[in-house]
Design a protein around this ligand. Structure first.
Ligand SMILES: *Cc1c(COP(=O)(O)O)cnc(C)c1O
Length: 346
């Protein structure tokens, strides 16, 4: 049997042997009491990397986003985001459940609404309307296929938000991927925003955890909200130790994932039936539209060769690259896809 190539998500990684050693050796304390030295080191490192005064370690990217939204918004406020955003579609309705805040979703093909679109969505100051409080930018944008917003685009969106008295939060689950794709520092992509997350457990390969960075006051408020949401962890240094290792290897790691994603996209683009945008494959995500009513037969054909991909809508398949894939993952995907529709088994 071949080793499985699990491309369903970049969360499908196991801690490396070095991470397991680091966990065993990690110096720990009670982090709710502020006494875990390894968590503190990770938070300091995260703040520096993201160019913010402070950062907080949380159990998940979802909690990091929702804590940020909770700090920025009051009940009855409105946040603006792209309509396929994680905060809106994939966090269990938490914006409403946990913060009593509503969402105004905007459509943008590449995941990033334009300045004018955002400006037009801002509510007038009138008792009929919710208050437009927060703009959320997802960079990279997952459902748009890992698309990247440049420094200039983020800056333009921050400008329009500022003009209307709104805060800006970046869902940076894959912010490091964006930075690597653009060859800029992660901090450059969030220089003007009020808060940003960074997932350690996606392409960076740590088993658990996300960072949330922002100003001192913001992070102090986020620390309170994290406790209220049940995210205060005790000897979390065992997890933070993996996060520190993951950050140390990030650039080379992610660049390799991006190369392989491009390679797969280019190979798929040669198939007459496959709709895949090679130029839009900017990071570690490949979106394939096989031009069929149901993607299930193709998913099953992949599965028979121990390749796992995920359904991303009725007509679309998502492949996500990460560190734990066998060498021949791209070749195997391509072989199955080439055979698909020709009737010749891979
Ligand atoms: C995975 C992801 C998150 C949330 O991360 P979890 O750690 O799985 O809660 C947030 N935003 C985006 C864009 C993601 O892909």
């Amino acid at each position: 049997m071949w080793p499985t190539a699990d491309l369903r998500s970049d969360t499908m990684t196991a801690p490396t042997p070095a991470m397991r050693q680091a966990m065993a050796a990690a110096e720990v304390g009670d982090d709710v009491w502020g006494e875990d030295p390894t968590v503190r080191r990770l938070e300091e490192r995260g703040a520096a990397l993201l160019g913010k005064p402070a950062a907080l370690f949380l159990p998940s990217g979802t909690m990091a986003n929702q804590v940020a939204i909770h700090v920025h918004c009051r009940p009855g406020d409105e946040l603006i985001c792209e309509e396929r955003s994680h905060v809106y579609c994939f966090e269990g309705g938490a914006v409403a459940r946990l913060s009593g805040t509503q969402v105004q979703p905007l459509r943008a093909a590449d995941g990033f609404p334009g300045r004018d679109q955002v400006a037009a969505a801002v509510r007038a100051d009138d008792p009929h309307f919710p208050r437009s409080r927060l703009l959320v930018i997802e960079n990279t944008h997952n459902m748009a296929g890992g698309r990247v917003a440049s420094v200039a685009r983020v800056r333009a969106l921050c400008e329009v938000a500022r003009q209307h008295g709104m805060k800006v939060h970046v869902d940076g689950a894959r912010l490091y991927n964006a930075a690597v794709a653009l060859a800029v520092e992660p901090a450059a992509l969030v220089a003007e925003v009020d808060s940003t997350t960074l997932c350690l457990s996606k392409g960076l390969g740590a088993p658990v955890g996300s960072l949330l960075a922002g100003g001192e006051e913001f992070v102090a408020a986020a620390r309170r909200a994290r406790k209220a949401f049940g995210g205060g962890m005790r000897q979390a240094g065992v997890l933070a130790a993996c996060g520190l290792l993951a950050l140390g290897e990030a650039e080379e790691r992610l660049a390799a994932d991006h190369r392989r994603a491009r390679e797969l996209a280019a190979g798929l683009a040669e198939l007459p039936w496959a709709k895949v945008d090679v130029e839009a494959t900017e990071t570690n995500i490949v979106m394939l539209e096989p031009g069929v009513d149901d993607v299930e037969p193709l998913l099953q054909a992949l599965e028979r060769q121990q390749v796992r991909a995920a359904r991303a809508g009725a007509h679309r398949i998502r492949f996500v690259f990460h560190r734990d894939l066998p060498e021949d993952a791209v070749a195997r995907c391509l072989a199955v896809c080439r055979a698909f529709r020709t009737g010749v088994p891979a």
